[in-house]
Design a protein around this ligand. Sequence first.
Ligand code: RM4
Ligand code: MN
Ligand code: MN
Length: 392
Amino acid sequence: MDDAIFIARLDAQIIETPSWAFGNTGTRFKTFAAPGAARSVWEKIEDAAEVHRMTGIAPRIALHIPWDKVDDAAALGRFADERGIAIGAINPNLFQDEEYRLGSLTHPDARIRDKAMAHLHDCVAIMHQTGARDLSLWFADGTNYAGQDDIRARRRRLRAGLQTCADILPDDARMLIEYKFFEPAFYYTDLADWGAALLHAQALGPQAQVLVDLGHHAQGANIESIVAILLDEGKLGGFHFNARRYADDDLIVGSTNPLELFLIYAELVAAADDPATQACARGVSYMIDQSFNIEAKIEGMIMSILNCQEAYAKALLIDRAGLAAAQAEGDALGAHRILLDAFRTDVRPRLAAWRRCHNLPEDPLRAHREGDYLRAIKRDRGVIATGGGYGD
Ligand code: RM4
Ligand code: MN
Ligand code: MN
């Protein structure tokens, strides 16, 4: 690929960071306190700004409501804007209240469904106040025992709730429907896979798309093929990047299976060059959804952003013409080797050059580690007490 195009494509890649990864998070066993971890949404925005200063490609932060709820959302938007950060996706929590024991939009009791809908209304209001364009929906809804509830009835309740949500969405906004194959429910999950999400998104119309969280598939699932199919249907709306080994581990993206991340980017790059899928590919929101347990928060986030950029840069280097020719000839291994050649290319020098051009630190991780910002937050914020875990 021509250098100017390579650089222009790198310039266009934007990745959104999640507010929740900047505070202390942990497992149900223990939350370890990280020195200097953000204590409020305001500090999370400041940390997101540090990630953007170091990497140059993380100018948006996603919020979880009510975790990040403040009295004046517009003021929060302005606070972010002054730091060069925009508010990204709004993620409504529909899983923490007592009433959601049997579900939220799928709950058998209409009063609980109304409560969930009221929360979605509040989140749409926050979108208006902050200029956020994506409503990112993940539901913990499901059942634990066969017979516990009627699967088709639940599905219809969910569809009705999503339809109302589509009706109240700002005109230029999207709703992204996320799926996860299990947890917290174990027998049946109302949005367990991309098929379930896609069917709803198709019925709801152009403002509804599917969100792929890399941690939400069964072991061995071919995620890049899901990405390709959703792109082909014009229904891929966004990603939650992370990595998994066993379940929804929320580890640093690219840390367990860098080849998978590269192959996902390869599909995105190919679709962006195909007139039939270009519009969808260009609209995809790239978001991180991770939860750091033992890692330093900002450092982990910088590494995540860099891993995505590296995978993307390698995908840009795939010899597309050679690949098409090998595929047309039925040369399975020739085609495969073309992909691997790109994957094995060391793009770090080119990315360092890209950073130099943009007045960014050549080594963002080191610059952050040695910089004033980290020193200041460690000094000013200190270490906050955290919960133990089970039984606390
Ligand atoms: C889910 C899913 C959602 C996230 C919640 C807290 O597993 O990944 O995106 O918002 O966790
Ligand atoms: Mn997610
Ligand atoms: Mn998850």
